[in-house]
Design a protein around this ligand. Sequence first.
Ligand code: ATP
Ligand code: MG
Length: 582
Amino acid sequence: MSERERPEGSQDAAAGEGPGLDFIREAVTQDLAQGRYSYVRTRFPPEPNGWLHIGHTKAFLIDFGVAADFKGRCNLRFDDTNPEKEDMSYVEAIKRDVAWLGCDWGGQELFASDYYEALYELALKLIRKGVAYVDDLSEEEMKEYRGTNVPDKNNITYTPPGRNSPWRDRSVEENLDLFARMRAGEFPDGAKTLRAKIDMAHPNLLMRDPTMYRIRREPHYRTGTKWCIYPMYDFQHPLSDAMEEVTHSLCSLEYEIHRPLYDWFIREAEVFPTRQIEFSRLNITHTVLSKRWLLRLVKDGCVKGWDDPRMPTLAGLRRRGYTPESIRDFISRIGIAKTDSMVDIQLLEHCLREDLNKRANRVMSVLKPVKLVIENWPAGHVEELEAVNNPEDPTAGTRRIPFTGELYIERDDFQEIPPPKYFRLFPGNSVRLRYGYIVTCTGFTKDPATGEITEVRCTYDPATKGGDAQDNRKVKGTIHWVSAAGAVPLEARLYDHLFLAERPMDVPEGVDWLTTINTASEEVLSGAFGEPSLAASKAGDRYQFERLGYFACDPDTTPGKPVFNRAVSLRDSWAKIEKKGG
Ligand code: ATP
Ligand code: MG
C-alpha cells in the first residue's frame, strides 16, 4: 500500500470486532462520557434507486459496526423521497445484500416515505416560526438569485452574496395557506417551492434558503398518488434521523458541506439532536462506484445487469465468487479515514484469494483442452488416483479421480517448439501429471489446414505414480489434466477489469467515460472440461481450479453443464506490492 492510500485510524471498520481507535468510535465514546447521549443508535440510509456497491458496504459496515460495538442498534432506513427513480425491486436487492454481509437491522426496515405526514407537520412548524416560506421563483430564477462561486482577480474563489426572493417576506398566514394548497394540488409542478429562510449571503451556498419541498406529480412506489409535494433530501434526512432518535448519523465526506444545514433543521425543528459525522468515500481503481454511473452501465447494455460478475455491486461480487468474509476483511483493512482515497483493486482481490485459499477445495479443470493419448496405457484400464481436497485444511479430506489413457490437458501446456525455460510438454520432454505418473511426449498431430495441434501423444512410466515410495524421478514441470472418459463439459468465464484505466472518470473533456470501457473484460470458454466431481456443482459453489484460479459456480448453470466464473486468478500481485512498498 502506498503512502497516499494508507488509511488513518484503526482497521476495525467491520462489525462486532470490539471498539477500535478510529475517530468515529473516539467521538462516540466521548459523546457517551460527556452525557450527550446515553445510548448509541445509527442508521444506514440507502436510496432505493440502484443496487448496493462496495462503497456502500464500507458505509453500512461502519454503521452496523459502530452500533454493535456500543451495544446499540442500527436502523435500515430507505431514504425514498425521489419518486422518479425509486422502486421496490431495489428495496429487495438492498435488503438481501445487507443481510448477506451478516448485518441485522432487527427485522423491521424503515422508510422515509412513512414520515411524509410527520415531515409535513414539521414544515408547518417552521413556517409558523417564520423560518420557512413559499416561493414563486422558478428553478432557474432561484439558481440565479442564489449566486455562485467565482474566482476573484487573484484567482481565489469567493462567493458574492445572493439576492432575496421577492416572495421571501410573505406573512406566516399566507405561507400556511399556500403550502396547504401546494399539498392539495392547486398549483402545477414547479410553480412553487417551500424554502427555509436562512441567509442569502451565507458563504455556504447550501445555506442560501434551500428548498424543502417541491411540487412533483409523480406516483411514488409506496405512497402512490397520495402526495404531489415531496421533501428534499437536506430537509428530510436530518429530521428522519431525529424521528428515529438516531444518535450518530454517519455518512461519507461529500455530506460534510451539508452539515451546517443538517444542524440548522434539527435546531429549528426542535427535534432530537442527532450528530452527523463524516468519513472518507471509498474509491477503487479500474471501476466506478456510484449508482448513477452503474445504472448507466446497466441501461446501456455494457454489462449483463446489476449482478454482472464484473460489477462492483455486492450482487456482482457475490456472483463472481466473493465471500462476505473477504469483503469484510477488505473493508477492515482500508480503515475509515477522513480524506478520500483511491484503493487498489488488487487489495480486494488479495483478500478474496486469502479467504478462498483456506476454504476452497481444489479440483482439476482444463479450460482450453487438447487431447493427450498415453500410448502404452492398458486398453480400457481406469485407475482411481487419490487427490487432496485442500492442503490448507486437513479436514477437507481426499477424493478419487479417474486416470485413463485419454486425457485432456491445456493447449498451453504443449509446445511444438518450446520457448526458453519452458518445462512443460514438448517432443521428447517429460512432465508429471498431477497426482499421477510421469509421461514423456512421443509425438503429436497437427491439422495441416489450420496448424492447430489436435492430439498430443506420450508414454507413461508405471514406476512414477505420484506419492509412491519408489518414485524418485524428478521432472521440472507438473501439469493438470482431466480424464476424457467421465469429463464434465463446462463453461468458464474469465474476467478482466471493467476499465483498463485506473481512474475511469478521469477522461479528457468531451470524452464520454463509458467509451473507455474494456470491451474484452469477459472471455467465455464454452469447451472446457472438469473432473467428474464437478458434475453436481450448484450455483455459489467455489473451487480452486488447480493452476488456473478460484472459480464460482454461476446461476446460469444448467443440469449437465455447469458454468463457472473466475473469481480471481492465483497470481497475487498485491503481495508483491506490499512487500516492495512496505
Ligand atoms: P451513489 O453515489 O453511489 O449514488 P449515494 O450516496 O447517492 O451513492 P445513497 O443510497 O444515498 O447513495 O447512500 C447510502 C449511504 O452510503 C450514504 O450514507 C453514503 O454516504 C454512503 N456511500 C455511498 N457511496 C459510498 C462510498 N463510495 N464510500 C463510502 N460510503 C458511501
Ligand atoms: Mg445519495
